[in-house]
Design a protein around this ligand. Structure first.
Ligand SMILES: Cc1cc2nc3c(=O)[nH]c(=O)nc-3n(C[C@H](O)[C@H](O)[C@H](O)COP(=O)(O)O)c2cc1C
Length: 325
């Protein structure tokens, strides 16, 4: 197994995953400074709200450079940009060009795996991780030139797979020894260590970061992450046309019955910047099943500190257990 050089020696082998609307430079910079990879979807720099991807990348690079100069012994982790490779994403070519010009070190691609996107990332020295929900898509992504994979297993927030993480990692590791990160309900250092034990290079966690001070989410959403657990998550394709996990109380608050949701289909999927959703769906909130471990809204640094403490304790406990075994 070969973890790419830029992903070695992080404080924790963890990628803070890209979160639609929620991940902005404030969160990404805080994640990277805390020693885990921070990431955001390029589409979050919403041009119609006066945001620019170019300005976001300049700010992130400059702040991380300043941090690294001031803290040569604890440099920031690299950052990543997520590209939604789908025909409805009309900004894709422009966003790819902007990322290549800024030399984005880590590229996370979702939905379609495409050779030209991988070529653009490689042209600036970047590494591409493609997210997949099954082994078939994993093979396709590597054939198209991705460097590594994110295995999105059952229980992940947002668009999630339905396979057990154990099965998914096992199938991918039977033919692939490159970079592999596991996504789905990782919200403790213990589960992060479990991802490594299964054969992944690291974890990929999103929902736990929603309940941080730097996340771009309303207080009610952060509190709902804190107050709920795995039983309060429902898997549905109604809201985007793709299967994903959502907080039941947010669905109920929008006037729908979370236990009797209608079905949808992939033709409803759109990533156009001006897409309009039914008003009630704007407050349907995504979350994975791991949030039972989230008890407070804290700073990103404090969350990473908790994960690091748990990871180290779990590692020591496991070593003792195996030694006694
Ligand atoms: C609210 C929300 C928004 C998300 N938005 C995106 C996105 O824009 N792009 C993407 O690739 N993944 C997105 N995801 C999926 C995450 O990147 C990741 O796979 C997931 O959060 C991992 O599972 P966890 O939330 O249980 O940690 C989103 C997840 C959530 C909860």
């Amino acid at each position: 197994m070969t973890t790419p050089a830029i992903l070695r020696h992080l404080r924790l082998p963890l990628i803070g995953s890209p979160l639609f609307i929620i991940s902005t430079p404030d969160l990404v910079i805080a994640q990277c400074k805390a020693g885990v990879v921070g990431s955001f979807p390029a589409l979050n720099a919403r041009e119609k709200d006066g945001q620019s991807l170019d300005a976001w990348l300049t700010r992130i690079t400059e702040e991380l450079d300043r941090h690294n100069q001031a803290n040569p012994d604890s440099p920031a982790a690299p950052y990543a940009v997520n590209q939604i490779v789908h025909k409805s994403n009309t900004r894709l070519e422009r966003d790819i060009e902007t990322c290549a010009r800024h030399g984005v070190p880590l590229w996370i691609t979702s939905l379609g795996a495409q050779t030209w996107v991988n070529d653009a990332a490689h042209s600036c020295g970047g590494i591409v991780l493609h997210d997949v929900i099954n082994n078939r898509f994993a093979k396709k992504a590597i054939e198209k030139g991705a460097d590594g994979l994110i295995a999105v297993a059952a229980g992940a927030g947002g668009h999630a797979g339905a396979l057990s993480p154990l099965a998914l990692v096992q199938e991918i590791r039977s033919w692939f020894d490159g970079p592999l990160y596991l996504s789905g309900a990782i919200a403790t250092g213990d589960s992060l260590l479990a991802a490594l034990a299964m054969g992944a290079d690291g974890g990929y966690a999103g929902s736990a970061f929603i309940a941080t001070e730097e996340a771009n989410a309303v207080e009610a959403y952060k509190n709902m992450i804190v107050e709920n657990g795995a039983d309060d998550i429902v898997y549905s394709d109604l809201f985007t046309g793709v299967w994903g996990n959502y907080l039941k109380p947010s669905i109920a608050a929008a006037g729908l019955d979370p236990d009797a949701l209608e079905r949808s289909d992939p033709s409803r999927m759109s990533f156009a910047e001006d897409r309009e959703k039914p008003k009630s769906w704007k407050e349907i909130w995504g979350s994975g099943q791991g949030i039972g471990a989230v008890h407070d809204v804290v700073s990103t640094a404090a969350l990473v500190e908790r994960l690091k403490g748990e990871f180290d304790a779990a590692r020591a406990r496991l070593t003792r257990q195996l030694d006694q075994g």
